[in-house]
Write a protein that binds this ligand. Structure first.
Ligand SMILES: *Cc1c(COP(=O)(O)O)cnc(C)c1O
Length: 441
């Protein structure tokens, strides 16, 4: 195995780390042993990642990814650091069975308050995927409790992403989610066509009719419809009309099916509303949040539901929700999440999201004319450059890093969702790096 050597000729600390990483550490969607050399991050603050060793001439990178939608306030924010330190001085974890604590109680109450409609009950869990598992369990158990156990399938639309554990995988886009690999093993769900693209586009009436028909046809076996409202994230970064979310709400109401909105990527302001459902003026029966919940500090997610769902479950022969992760309601995560939410709401976050979006739009105008670029789209603080070919991830990453920016292109796109605190100069730098990545990738 070739080892990078420092100037002195002995293997550098970074070279040793990289060798151990390749040998022992599994990375997302990666082979083992590793086939690429991830950049080693030494520290981060504000919107800058500091590398242990320069890569393509850069030691510091402006973060265009918010660590997968999560670090909305940037890194080492003094308010969040303080919340973490303060909670460490009390207790970092204690079991949630039979015990409770202020950080979790306050967080749940605040989430109930700021979420749309009457989503009042909050299940705190470890990660986004688990929150989707919990949402599915809530819905299936609701119908079981009402004496309708046959209502246990899920409907979604193509192009979605809901996580990597079993139930979430079953409602991911069948192609992107590699369902062929799992045929016979994954639960078989009901798939509507992907929503027509374009946030501002008038809802396509034929497509709305298609959604209604699919819900009606399968209502007898459907526990719930689950979708990402307005933005399909990791399934392909596509924006659609809030009208389709409204259409699903209407169809679900008309045919006795629950509606789950997965706001794990879109929640906490990313699309320009606190929750993307608010673009549609819709309240789901169940809602999942995660990613930005703790400002990107530690893993935590939540599943919220209405009193109707909770009381339905309570009517069953088993009146309890049979779920209870070991680290449920983790005090440290709850304290940081509470602080992150207050930090967000204490400022004019909508203006910041708009400003970042405008900066991306201005900077990405140059990408629209590039050869190989199919489409440029911006919504909230999300920018997407879609190519007419599969991105060469190595070449695109090299181009972005050389321009001083961290991006993680995938499939046929180069995209960014910067922290909301990114200043105008850094937003411009991110957009320029996206153009460079689109050109080289
Ligand atoms: C990331 C994501 C998930 C999964 O969350 P994890 O914390 O990675 O398990 C689920 N749904 C959506 C929409 C996501 O973006």
């Amino acid at each position: 195995m070739p080892e990078r050597t420092a100037a002195g000729g002995s293997p550098s600390a970074t070279g040793t780390l990289s060798a151990l990483d390749r040998q022992h550490v599994w990375h997302p969607y990666a082979a083992m042993p590793g086939t690429s050399d991830p950049l080693v991050v030494e520290s981060a603050s504000g919107v800058r990642l500091r590398l242990a060793e320069p890569a393509y001439g850069r030691r510091e990178l402006v973060d265009g990814m918010s660590s997968w939608w999560s670090a909305i306030h940037g890194y080492r924010h003094p308010v969040l650091d303080e919340a973490a330190r303060d909670q460490l001085g009390r207790v970092s974890h204690v079991m949630f069975g039979g015990l409770t604590h202020e950080p979790a109680v306050r967080l749940a109450a605040r989430l109930a308050e700021v979420s749309p409609g009457e989503l009042e009950h909050v299940f705190l869990c470890d990660s986004g995927s688990v929150s989707v598992e919990v949402a599915v369990k809530m819905c299936l158990q609701y119908w079981r409790s009402l004496g309708r156990p046959e209502k246990r399938r899920l409907m979604t639309w193509r192009g979605g992403y809901h996580g990597d554990t079993w139930q979430p995988m079953s409602v991911c886009d069948p192609e992107g989610g590699m369902h062929h690999l799992w045929s016979g093993a994954l639960p078989v769900q009901v798939f509507a066509d992907a929503p027509p693209a374009g946030f501002a586009a008038e809802p396509d009436e034929e497509y709305v009719a298609h959604l209604h028909k699919m819900v009606e046809q399968h209502a007898h076996e459907l526990a719930a419809v689950i979708v990402e409202p307005v933005v399909q994230g990791a399934g392909g970064m596509r924006f659609h009309s809030p009208g389709y979310v409204r259409a699903l709400r209407e169809a679900c109401d008309a045919h006795g099916v629950l509606l789950v909105l997965d706001e794990i990527a879109t929640g906490f302001g990313r699309t320009g509303e606190l929750f993307a459902a608010q673009h549609a003026g819709v309240t789901p029966d169940v809602m999942c949040v995660g990613k930005a919940l703790t400002g990107g500090y530690v893993s935590m997610a939540a599943t919220l539901c209405t009193p109707r769902v909770a009381s339905g479950i309570a009517r069953g022969s088993v009146p309890v929700l049979a779920h209870g992760p070991t680290f449920m309601g983790n005090p440290l995560a709850s304290a940081i999440a509470g602080a992150s939410l207050e930090l967000l709401l204490s400022q004019d976050w909508q203006a910041e999201v708009r400003r970042v979006g405008e900066g991306l739009r201005a900077g990405l105008a140059a990408a629209a004319g590039l050869p190989g670029v199919r489409e440029v789209s911006v919504l909230g603080a999300i920018g997407v450059v879609r190519l007419d070919h599969e991105v060469d991830i190595g070449a695109a990453t090299r181009a972005a890093v050389s321009a001083g920016v961290w991006l993680r292109p995938f499939r046929d796109m180069v995209y960014a969702m910067p922290p909301y605190v990114t200043d105008d100069a850094d937003v411009a730098r991110i957009a320029a790096a996206m153009c460079a990545a689109a050109r080289e990738g």
